[in-house]
Design a protein around this ligand. Sequence first.
Ligand code: GLN
Length: 200
Amino acid sequence: MVTVGILALQGGVAEHERILERLGVAMRRVRRPADLDGLDGLVLPGGESTVFDKLARALGLAAPLRDVIAAGLPTLATCAGLIYLAQEVEDATEGQRTLGVLDISVRRNAFGSQLDSFETTLEVTGAGLVPATFIRAPLVTRVGPGVDVVARLADGRVVGVRHGTVVALAFHPEQTEDDSVHRAWVAALRTGRTSLPDRP
Ligand code: GLN
């Protein structure tokens, strides 16, 4: 049985839980450092990256989170979760910090207010064709050496990456009824792998 922790400071926690429950995964909400003990995987949901930052620092959770992810805990991050992992953030708020464990640059709210949210269908490496919801989504503007691109918009812009044990998506696969991304990720964890495979 794999146990997956979900960072539960704020944001779309319930949506991930609903899918993981359906997939028969044991889950734990992560709010304190001790909640990270013994996890097989970690989900960072969407929400507001500035709020994750403030609350995680206030609760003494930021450094332990960074340490377990850097040490190789398989992690699936969506939207604000992706921003929270990134090494560099364009359009960050004053004083906003991130965990900085993923060598990418992201631009927050990259699609502007004209296109606040939209849905499309994307090919995600290891998960196939999936419906993707973008909500005040970031864009990945730089991908460091060794970081794989796992999802692009039709125009080529990068909206999903994988590096080591971390998968980070700018959109919300958990906002739809399709569970291919979570299914592929959980299947990997169950067979002792650490991230999305190269093929569905
Ligand atoms: N714009 C949000 C942020 O900066 C992310 C939005 C989302 O997670 N849907 O954190």
